[in-house]
Design a protein around this ligand. Sequence first.
Ligand SMILES: [Fe+2]
Length: 330
Amino acid sequence: MTFRVSPLLWPAIAAGSPAIVPALFVRNRRYRKNLERAARSNESRIENATALDLPALGSLSLTVLSEWEADPGFRSEAGVSYVLRSERGAVLFDVGFGAQSGVVVENARRLGFTLGDVDALVISHMHLDHVGGLEAQKARRVAVPAELGSPDGMDCFLPDEGGAEGFSCHVLGSPRVLDAGIATIGPLARAMFFFGYIEEQVLVARLEGSGLAVITGCGHPTIEVILEMVRRLSDEPVHTVCGGLHFPLRRSRLRMWGLEAQRFFGTGKPPWSPIDDDDLDHAISVMNRAGVRRVLISAHDSDDHAIERMDRELDAEVETLRAGKTYEMR
Ligand SMILES: [Fe+2]
């Protein structure tokens, strides 16, 4: 059995409860307002979205620079960084913990990857495991490690206010085709109890002959809302879902300050109502109803129990993403 809060912290929490309880009450009021705001915002964005002119890609591959699982010889972390390549170009999607851990740098060096290999940087959302670490998150800056090369004003597409040194940054408000024939579905919101209101963008590409590939960072807006938006952007069936879906049901990959960080901070639910198997039931039925054929799941924000359930219950081929590996999407 694992505790979301280390038992070592329990006495301090008990002693601090006269201050903690009112603070949670105030935060809960803000959280409930954010829930309504996020629902309204997503509803109107989905309603206003129109079909995107997605080119049919003859090839699309995903190379993993940062993930929880890794091939032999590669390092792992609870972060996300993927290189997506098509016959039209390439984009870097997120930069994991960046220089804070050095994982992306080392794995990129092994793979011979530099920024010169891509046309743009796309950031899913402004959380530490995607923008280059805790300091980067606090400063709302994407910290791309210098070892990856000079950006020279390369485009960086963000889902929310922020910046990235040396890049030409664009905050996106709606779906659009970016580089390499890959599109963003635009920012979608999620209210989080501790992290507040966040925006996350997800990528979508059309694979010639098979359908759509949907590529997520953490999947905070939920796969249900993401697929609702995707359906507005294309009539093609969703063939592949790839990336993080955020199901730390029994364990969190990331522990901070004695807390199971992802189970606490990233679920979009209050601390007294943890994410559970019912939430995963719903996500699995959403993906099965959508006819998803292949799921390349990120273990950086879903635990082994959740991944085992997906493997058993999804009507799709399920594989866990590994750093150092390249996946052909078609
Ligand atoms: Fe994440």
